[in-house]
Design a protein around this ligand. Structure first.
Ligand SMILES: Cc1cc2nc3c(=O)[nH]c(=O)nc-3n(C[C@H](O)[C@H](O)[C@H](O)COP(=O)(O)O)c2cc1C
Ligand code: SF4
Ligand code: SF4
Length: 275
């Protein structure tokens, strides 16, 4: 049996889990960011894994577009792995509806609670979260080998508590996103997200090194006259912010002065998403 593990990741949580899973099941690790020049991705494996972070209670735009173009998925074993700091929100519903259009079906979901990368949650013990996530990867690999179906969570109580809040949070997010994008006209969540980089700017520590442009998985940053300029195609992955060696990027989507990246995923590996 062959397996393709597709992933998107800004700060390494999803990349780490995707890489570990691919190693264990001898699958091919495929960055979703490397497929964006194709309208259609014709999958060529027996098993498909899709690993991604939850943004604003839903799928990242790039993952939604990828899933909409994914074909040759009929009667395959597909597992989805949302990683999040709270809960999966509507992400699996959204992913399912895209996959169904290609006549595919998600067989198993693994909701993995990881450190929140956008703000500090003082109650979180990162080491415990990483250990639970590793145990879930073991389970996921065993289940995949057995073709087992079902929904599995590292922290079911957090996810269950968040479920009734999801519609309320969605409304709240739209209002917040409009404010950050500086946008007064009617726009959907998908239209607002790319514009949130209107709030990104370099501070006086920026030395024009260009690392932010290199790490951006969707080439949304250009260095002009020694300073980064954002191009309104942002996925909100916050890789540029977190991997800037000077901590020189200010923005309004994450908590000020809170930085996070997975300890086993370095700058080079995040950069390799575009390859
Ligand atoms: C812009 C943004 C929005 C987020 N929205 C949510 C959310 O709605 N619910 C949640 O549980 N976590 C949310 N998170 C946290 C991430 O989903 C989580 O930390 C994830 O594991 C990061 O994965 P990565 O390191 O692969 O990028 C958000 C993070 C960012 C940057
Ligand atoms: S990575 Fe940081 S220091 Fe380098 S150009 Fe970008 S903002 Fe400036
Ligand atoms: S500009 Fe920054 S936050 Fe936006 S997609 Fe690129 S790396 Fe991610």
């Amino acid at each position: 049996m062959t397996a393709n593990i597709y992933y998107f990741s800004g700060t390494g949580n999803s990349l780490y889990l995707a890489r570990k899973t691919a190693e264990r099941i001898k699958g091919r690790l495929i960055p979703i960011a490397s497929t964006t020049d194709r309208r259609e991705v014709v999958d060529d494996a027996d098993i498909i894994g899709i690993v991604f972070p939850v943004y604003y209670c839903d799928l990242p735009n790039i993952v939604r577009r990828f899933a909409a173009g994914l074909t040759n998925v009929e009667s395959k074993y597909i597992f989805a792995v949302p990683t999040y700091g709270g809960g999966k929100g509507s992400s699996i519903k959204s992913l399912e509806s895209q996959i169904r259009q290609a006549r595919g079906q998600i067989s198993a979901v693994y909701g993995i609670h990881m450190p929140q990368n956008a703000f500090l949650k003082r109650t979180e013990n990162y080491m415990k979260l990483y250990a639970k996530a590793d145990a879930m990867v073991d389970r996921m690999c065993e289940n995949t080998a057995d073709g087992k179906k079902g929904n599995f969570y590292t922290n079911i109580s957090v996810d269950v508590l968040q479920r009734p809040l999801t519609p309320i949070l969605n409304k709240f997010y739209i209002r917040g996103l409009k404010k950050i994008a500086g946008c007064s006209d009617r726009k959907s969540r998908e239209e607002l997200i790319p514009l949130l980089d209107n709030s990104f700017k370099p501070n006086g520590r920026c030395n024009g090194c260009g690392i932010c442009a290199k790490v951006c998985p969707v080439n949304n940053i250009r260095i002009v006259d020694g300073l980064p300029e954002w191009q309104n195609r942002c996925e909100n992955c916050i890789a540029c912010y977190n991997y800037c060696p000077q901590k020189a990027i200010e923005n309004r989507i994450v908590q000020k002065d809170y930085f996070y990246s997975h300890p086993d995923v370095g700058l080079k590996e995040i950069m390799s998403q575009k390859a």
